[in-house]
Write a new protein. Structure first.
Length: 199
């Protein structure tokens, strides 16, 4: 099913007048009574309901208070869309990647499933900053001069301008949660992997 197009600001504002009239008539309140309760003139209220006057907070707040309804009921705030991300796995360089963010932006999240045979480091560099969390398996992470093995529940973060690579460290596939941001972005979680003894 195609997603419904969200109404524009102009369309939303155009619906305020009819909604004000409907709420008032449902409550059997006259323009005169509403004017007295809000301190807004009858002519202004009438023009609001007919769409000849642009609604503003100064006008809508006292009307909402008089009717004892939330402000968003007068404005008709748009419904929140379905927040679920429709994950469609893709295979890149032999790894299964499952996007976890639906919209483009400075921060992207995905889950990677890396086969056991991908265990030979091939470091790369690019602009950005990456945070990773091991869901299952043992991950070998190479960043510049660091060569680490992370287990489930461990996290790491690094500047992707440094030569880096991660893959399987054992005989089974690994699952990793990744967050990637443009250079300068920093993740909220600042966990780092435990250093090996002797490092």
């Amino acid at each position: 099913m195609a997603d419904r197009k969200r109404p524009s600001t102009a369309e939303t504002l155009a619906q305020v007048g009819p909604r004000l009239r409907r709420i008032r008539t449902q409550r059997e309140v006259s323009l005169s009574a509403l004017s007295e309760a809000t301190g807004i003139s009858k002519s202004t209220l009438s023009r609001l309901e007919s769409g000849q006057r642009r609604p503003s907070l100064e006008l809508l707040l006292p009307i909402a208070e008089a009717h004892q309804v939330p402000l968003d009921e007068l404005v008709g705030a748009p419904d929140v869309g379905d927040p679920r991300v429709r994950c469609k796995p893709v295979v890149r360089n032999g790894r299964t990647v499952i996007p976890l963010t639906a919209q483009p932006g400075p921060l992207q999240a995905w889950k990677s499933i890396i086969p056991a045979e991908q265990n030979q480091p091939r470091p790369i560099t690019h602009e950005g900053y990456e945070w990773m969390y091991v869901l299952s398996g043992r991950v070998r992470l190479v960043v510049a001069d660091h060569d680490l093995v992370l287990g489930p529940g461990e996290a790491a973060e690094f500047d992707t301008r440094l030569p880096h690579w991660f893959g399987a460290a054992g005989d089974s596939p690994v699952e990793v949660l990744n967050l990637f941001g443009r250079q300068g972005e920093r993740m909220h979680v600042r966990a780092r992997p435990r250093e090996r003894a002797g490092n």
